[in-house]
Design a protein around this ligand. Structure first.
Ligand code: ZN
Ligand code: ZN
Ligand code: FE
Length: 743
């Protein structure tokens, strides 16, 4: 006999972990106790050494699916306590405070089986769910989480459902949204005029879709617009009606096999596609084409996640375009009446239901990199699950940035990142942002002692923070944009030390008042110094150059002493530059991508942010060439002029755009390696953190980390929050926590 002490850190509270341990302990015939600790759970068990070891092995394998075990430490001893039974030691207040709220979970296999069983009382019922699946975050109005405080409060349970709910042996024991056709919500179909039609709503929607119509479909966190994938005409019509020219659409496939007809799907990608979180996964097309869906190499694919989605598919429908129903920059629609009003002339029919969505939550969007999610958007299926921190945190609200806004709140060892919010310049989006902050504060019982925002005074999130800081007399900390990015990547990897940060993104206000972009920083959560960057690029016309990117191409040529007179309006740009008229400079990596795209003729005008970079990546061929790399200036600035000159001479000798694109990105990779090596020599540090929206480039992400590792660096990259501005609030929070540690 031995005594085993186990300490588990991670997300193991409020996810059914202790009841699970109880069962597992009993199956092994062990004795002892389990209790919550400040960073996880602690337990002591007594039994034969072999049994104890077996138990430890099974623990992570069989843990509940929402549990995240980050560290598990064991120590054995011969001193016995003589436990007589197994106990869950609980302190009531702590249990309440630490209750987590589950994200929405896709329909489970058991429910799917019942839904397809003609003899089951929930046959073809679109709201079937159980303890292991169904809506959670999106239907919760308030805590504690029970039916009365969700959208299900309007649907009293029938005696059959009640019986399941109260039976500890039943798989619907304490399933708050449990319901059936007798007592639960119902689905209905309305025509283009908003008139409710008699008959099976799902069948009517299927008919409309098959016939080439656009149907608004209410899902879990919002309303989608759906149509056939194979009908190019209707997809283009959807673009016209939605006024969405070129931005890719996501599609929903019946199953992974169906996705494989269109895209390459690795085993890891399939695992994440099929995971209970059901994100949209960006998959590489098998062949060029499907330009009406996506103009680049990737297609965003998701699998059905609600029972209603499953009922839409069949032999006759195996994939559908599924795009969020929203109008230019407004948030995704999530209420029946707003859809009926605002989608007039856009939708040919509406498949809606009477279970209200309380909280809007967009689909998550990610690549799969080294077997893990690499987020472009972390939202449904992941939110509101926390990220755990090794050390306790103050109660802090981090307000994020502007365009891909998100916020983070912390308490104890948890950071709660919000769902995708959107561009705060839009009034509705901003009011949703403010509302969600309050909602999260209430759900997780957080009253911020510190607020943190970006250095940029004009961000709506900065204004929000400044106003609250004053009204509520809370300390406000302003954090430099790129420092926050770097800290976000460090925190994403639970790294607490000094590192070299490579932060490549569009724009962010620097500490010197200029616009920063592609930065090489050295620092930790408390402070940083700027070690490198790139030579600033003049942008004739300022913001206009973000869309009309041939302006940037002109600038690159002009600065490199090359002929730029063939570019439209070259004379005007020259005049603007020479007279300093609306010609701000930017050291943004995004701008360099824009300029090069326009230069090699891939794109002259962008219709959505990041488009030029995405297309440049898509055309890149296999080529190992690298252009000359030089540095200049006060800090280690990449002087791209030599590269541009070599690029133009490549073009003059007839090199294809795809070859130049590859060489350009290879050059950036090698430039980054040189910057990091110089930073290592200067600082003695060998950890490199990669963050910023430009690292959404899979060509670079599949090369740069490997190159850095080959040079002896430890590379940190994002895997729990997005590398773009959406993930930045996590970094702000960690910086604010470090800066107020001694106060
Ligand atoms: Zn289920
Ligand atoms: Zn019922
Ligand atoms: Fe940024």
């Amino acid at each position: 006999m031995q005594r085993l002490r186990i300490h588990i850190q991670g997300i193991v509270q409020g996810v059914g972990f202790r009841p699970f341990v109880h069962k597992l302990v009993q199956s092994h015939g062990l004795k002892g106790y389990i209790k919550n600790s400040s960073s996880g759970v602690e337990m002591e068990l007594e039994g034969e050494r072999e049994t104890l070891e077996h138990f430890v092995q099974e623990l992570p394998e069989k843990a509940p699916k929402l549990a995240v075990i980050e560290r598990l430490s064991c120590s054995y001893s011969d001193e016995l306590c003589g436990f007589e039974d197994f106990r869950i030691l609980e302190s009531k207040t702590e249990a309440l405070r630490n209750t987590l709220i589950s994200p929405d979970i896709c329909i489970c296999d058991d429910c799917l089986r019942e839904m397809r069983d003609k003899k089951d009382r929930r046959y073809a019922y679109p709201f079937i769910n159980c303890t292991n699946c169904g809506p959670r975050f999106t239907i919760i109005k308030d805590i504690p989480y029970d039916r009365a405080k969700t959208s299900m409060s309007e649907f009293p349970m029938c005696p059959d459902c009640e019986r399941e709910y109260s039976d500890i042996e039943d798989r619907r024991y304490h399933a708050q949204p449990d319901c059936c056709p007798d007592c639960g919500p119902e689905v209905f179909y309305l025509d283009a005029e908003g008139k409710r039609l008699e008959g099976d709503g799902i069948e009517l929607a299927r008919e409309k879709l098959r016939a080439g119509g656009i149907v608004a479909i209410k899902g879990l966190g919002g309303i989608h617009l759906a149509c056939r994938v194979d009908d190019e005409k209707i997809v283009r019509e959807l673009r016209r009606r939605k006024q969405r020219d070129e931005k890719p659409f996501a599609i929903m496939c019946r199953d992974a096999e169906c996705a494989k007809q269109l895209c390459h799907v690795s085993a890891e990608e399939q695992r994440i596609l099929e995971s209970f979180r059901r994100p949209i996964v960006l998959l590489r097309k098998k062949q060029r084409g499907m330009e009406h869906i996506s103009g680049n190499d990737y297609v965003g694919v998701m699998l059905p996640y609600t029972p209603l989605h499953y009922l839409l598919f069949g032999e006759d429908i195996d994939m559908l375009v599924m795009t969020s129903a929203n109008l230019s920059d407004k948030p995704m629609m999530f209420k029946n009446d707003e859809a009926l009003e605002e989608l007039q002339g856009i939708a040919d029919g509406y498949l809606l239901h009477n279970r209200e969505i309380q909280t809007r939550c967009d689909d998550s969007l990610c690549w799969v990199l080294d077997g893990r999610e690499y987020f472009a958007r972390r939202s449904r299926g992941y939110v509101p699950f926390p990220i755990s921190s090794a050390k306790p945190l103050r109660q802090i609200l981090a307000c994020g940035a502007e365009q891909k806004a998100s916020f983070c709140l912390s308490r104890g060892s948890y950071v709660f990142p919000s769902q995708h919010i959107g561009d705060l310049k839009n009034l509705e989006t901003f009011s949703n942002y403010a509302q969600q902050i309050r909602h999260f504060q209430r759900m997780f019982d957080i009253c911020p002692e510190v607020l943190v925002c970006d250095l940029h005074p004009d961000y709506m999130s900065t204004e929000y923070a400044a106003e609250r800081a004053e009204d509520e007399n809370i300390k406000l900390i302003r954090v430099q944009h790129h420092h926050a990015h770097m800290a976000s990547c460090m925190a994403d990897n639970s790294f607490d030390g000094k590192a070299i940060g490579l932060v490549w993104d569009g724009t962010g206000l620097g500490t010197d008042g200029s616009i920063w972009g592609a930065e090489c920083l050295i620092g930790d959560y408390r402070s940083f110094e700027r070690f490198g960057s790139i030579l600033p690029i003049p942008l004739p016309g300022g913001d206009r150059a973000m869309k009309e990117i041939q302006r940037v191409a002109w600038s690159l040529l002009q600065a490199s002493g090359l002929d730029a007179s063939h570019i439209e309006n070259a004379g005007t740009y020259k005049m603007m530059l020479e007279n300093g008229l609306n010609c701000p400079e930017s050291s943004g990596m995004g701008r360099l991508f824009d300029g090069v795209s326009a230069l090699v003729g891939i794109k002259q005008k962008c219709s959505y942010e990041g488009q030029a970079a995405v297309l440049l990546e898509a055309v890149a061929e296999d080529d190992e060439g690298v252009y000359p790399i030089s540095f200049t200036g006060d800090i280690l600035r990449f002087d791209w002029r030599d590269m541009i000159r070599a690029m133009v001479s490549d073009m003059d000798s007839g090199a294809a755009a795809g070859r130049i694109a590859a060489r350009f990105m290879n050059t950036l990779v090698e430039m980054a390696v040189l910057q990091c090596k110089a930073a290592r020599e200067y600082s003695g540090l060998d950890t490199a953190a990669l963050s910023g929206g430009s690292f959404q480039n899979m060509y670079i992400m599949s090369r740069l980390p490997k190159r850095l590792e080959a040079e002896g660096f430890r590379v940190l990259r994002h895997h729990r929050v997005s590398c773009n501005d959406e993930g930045l609030s996590l970094g702000q929070l960690m910086i604010a926590n470090a800066k107020t540690e001694d106060i």
